[in-house]
Design a protein around this ligand. Sequence first.
Ligand SMILES: NC(=O)c1ccc[n+]([C@@H]2O[C@H](COP(=O)([O-])OP(=O)(O)OC[C@H]3O[C@@H](n4cnc5c(N)ncnc54)[C@H](O)[C@@H]3O)[C@@H](O)[C@H]2O)c1
Length: 284
Amino acid sequence: MQNIQIIGVVGAGQMGRGIAQVAIQSGFQVIMFDAFQNALDFGADFIKGQLKKGTEKGKWTSDEADSALKRLKTAVDMKDLKDCDLVIEAATENRALKFDIFKKLDEIIKPSAILASNTSSISITEIAAKTKRPQLVAGMHFMNPVPVMKLVEGIRGLETSDETFNTVAAVSEKMGKTFVRAQDYPGFAVNRILMPMINEAFYALYEGVATPKDIDTAMKLGTNQPMGPFELADFIGLDTCLAIMDVLHTGLSDTKYRPCPLLKQYVAAGRFGRKNKKGVYVYE
Ligand SMILES: NC(=O)c1ccc[n+]([C@@H]2O[C@H](COP(=O)([O-])OP(=O)(O)OC[C@H]3O[C@@H](n4cnc5c(N)ncnc54)[C@H](O)[C@@H]3O)[C@@H](O)[C@H]2O)c1
């Protein structure tokens, strides 16, 4: 197994900053990189704010928060990641963008380093094929919000080596997460099961089975889920849910994954969920 000390994080958005925060709090040196200075500043301030809040709530001491912050560096130049042992990419979910990032990382980062992606739906095998080190590429699918959610879904591309997969498993565990191993098929394990459930909730609403609130209440109290399917869909983003259903539909070539017309209509109307305060529900 590789000895990982310095972790690069690509993207300082909701996922990247969460991964960086958990990594510094787990003793890793972290260099957080974003192509946009404002996103990087926002991400770094967000981490500082979260560490302060946790101190006030007694989750950790101010000494622990200060020493974690000392392990965080930021960069707007990808070349600053060159000495990283592991880079976790958490940039915008876009195939062309991720392919380009991995091509560049492959040229910049030392040849022995592992390159991981936090993608929700893009094939790890395809991402790895953009590099000259496919055996050193794996998926590390963290859940949102990263500091709270206990799971990392590991995704093994066709060429991922045992050593790479075992190393990212060990890093995830050092970050306090439980690592599950999934093969690289559309949706991996979590979204393969979650998204059809959310999509089916939209079909139930579309066919007038029950109101959104009643469907959410039924699923929470009837099946012991902490959030109903619509609450969760609004939290994830309806545009993201639709994009993942499209990946399942085309990737598995099965009509059982066809996205519900009502979900498509919400997205067409710009109702993306909590992020723009209007999804299935309206947020003040
Ligand atoms: N949001 C979720 O619930 C969730 C859950 C699991 C996985 N993911 C995955 O995590 C990844 C990031 O999602 P997010 O919700 O944090 O998105 P986000 O929009 O909050 O953040 C994306 C960040 O990427 C940056 N970025 C864009 N182009 C870049 C480039 N070329 N180089 C470096 N940085 C660049 C943006 O400036 C932004 O800060 C996606 O692949 C997404 O599918 C998201």
